[in-house]
Design a protein around this ligand. Structure first.
Ligand code: HEC
Ligand code: HEC
Ligand code: HEC
Length: 338
């Protein structure tokens, strides 16, 4: 019902004003309505916080009107539905000329606006321009409010490396980006950050293992849990990076997150450190764990291939084949500092 009402008011407005946006290039009039409320409200929230102090109901800097009015955005061609590369709204942000008051629009916020422009509109009159393929299907990458996206982005960065797997996460905590699962398993108790081991493990400093969350990351997670956790939010984030047989890739995706906590600068279990290239080759003290060109003779490879490391008795999950093969191939190819 709401949907029809909304569409109807838009149609009414556009016909009354007799001023539909001209789609550049085709010379034909196309009438659009913003029909995806979810994408719309997320985008307008960003515009409201970042732009409306100067381009809002009571402010018209540079002669620009109220940027939270969809009718105005369309009428003035500040946005071109279906094509976020056109229109001054996005262009001024991308050029860095707006906003002018020293604040910036983050990449995430910019994507929220673009996602709405690209996927939030439906053609309700005139001719369909070629760049509108299926405007009613929203981008699957982001559904949910910006807060859902912010919170899940933090969880992906800080927790999913060890708890992201659907069934095989460290310490039996799996599928951590699935909000429904977080709620059903009691790891998160909506409205209450003092309950549930998700926040508990962060507060008592045991998680994430090798680093801490920043205060602003903690505040975002708290705000998410207390005000607006949406079990249906789906944030299909960019696929996690696949490890390559190079030192930098192995260090970033395996050694730093999974080994350095026990074999790092401050703690060297068994006299072994793996925090730098020099440590691995034994040129900086500690035991050498890499024999150049010979993976089978290298303790680094043997320890992960045998699944002895990282220790499953401490709740860690053994490396998968792609990971251990990357270590093998890197060593066999000469263990370069690449
Ligand atoms: C602190 C005030 C301020 C804020 C915040 C601000 N603007 Fe502006 N904006 C101005 C002023 C002043 C002008 C006119 C001067 C100019 O053109 O550089 C302007 C002009 C514009 C123009 C027309 C000029 C052009 O280059 O096309 C657009 C479009 C625009 N702003 C978009 C935005 C958007 C989008 C945001 C939010 C992301 C924003 N502005 C935030 C002050 C502001
Ligand atoms: C480097 C790997 C790693 C990262 C990153 C990591 N964890 Fe863990 N987590 C573990 C391991 C290993 C265990 C099991 C052993 C233990 O409890 O120390 C565990 C156990 C847990 C447990 C169950 C035990 C308890 O304390 O209740 C929770 C909950 C948890 N992690 C939450 C998180 C959260 C939330 C994050 C992100 C902020 C995170 N973890 C990041 C490795 C990790
Ligand atoms: C929770 C702490 C912990 C983590 C995490 C961990 N290790 Fe260990 N590691 C140990 C301890 C303790 C020993 C010595 C006793 C043993 O073998 O269990 C050891 C021993 C080793 C050895 C020597 C084994 C041998 O045969 O001489 C290697 C090599 C090693 N670890 C590599 C790694 C690598 C690579 C990782 C990450 C993929 C890793 N470890 C993660 C605690 C850890």
């Amino acid at each position: 019902m709401k949907y029809y009402l909304f569409l109807f008011t838009n149609v009414l407005f556009l016909f009354n004003s007799a001023c539909s946006p001209r789609h550049e290039g085709t010379g034909e009039n196309t009438i659009f309505a913003s029909t995806n409320k979810e994408l719309e409200s997320a985008a307008l929230k960003v515009i409201e916080t970042k732009c409306s102090s100067c381009h809002g109901l009571n402010a018209f800097s540079g002669g620009v009107g109220n940027l939270t009015s969809i009718e105005y955005l369309l009428k003035s061609n500040l946005i071109v539905p279906g094509n976020s590369t056109q229109g001054r709204l996005i262009q001024t942000i991308e050029e860095g000329s707006m906003p002018t008051n020293g604040t910036t629009v983050t990449d995430l916020e910019l994507n929220i606006i673009k996602n709405w422009i690209d996927n939030g509109f439906t053609v309700i009159g005139g001719t369909v321009p070629p760049n509108i393929i299926n405007p009613t299907i929203p981008n699957p990458n982001i559904t949910g409010s910006p807060l859902q996206v912010d919170a899940l982005t933090i969880i992906q960065k800080q927790c999913s490396g060890c708890h992201g797997s659907p069934s095989n996460g460290a310490g039996n905590v799996s599928d951590i980006l699935n909000v429904k699962h977080l709620l059903e398993s009691g790891l998160v108790v909506p409205g209450n950050t003092k309950q549930g081991r998700f926040m508990g493990s962060i507060y008592d400093g045991t998680m994430p293992k090798s680093q801490f969350l920043t205060p602003s990351e903690i505040t975002t997670l708290e705000k998410w849990i207390t005000t607006d956790i949406d079990p249906n939010a789906q944030v299909i984030l960019p696929p996690t990076e696949v490890v390559k047989p190079t030192y930098s890739s192995i260090a970033k995706l395996i050694l730093e997150p999974k080994c350095v906590i026990c074999h790092g600068p401050s703690h060297a279990a068994d006299g072994i450190r793996v925090a730098t290239y020099a440590y691995l080759l034994g040129t900086m003290g500690g035991k050498r764990t890499v024999t150049i060109g010979n993976a089978i003779e290298s303790k680094l490879y043997k320890s992960v291939k045998s699944k002895e490391m990282p220790p499953q008795s401490d709740g860690y999950v053994a490396l998968d084949l792609t990971e251990s093969n990357a270590i093998r191939d890197w060593i066999n190819a000469g263990a370069l500092n690449n």
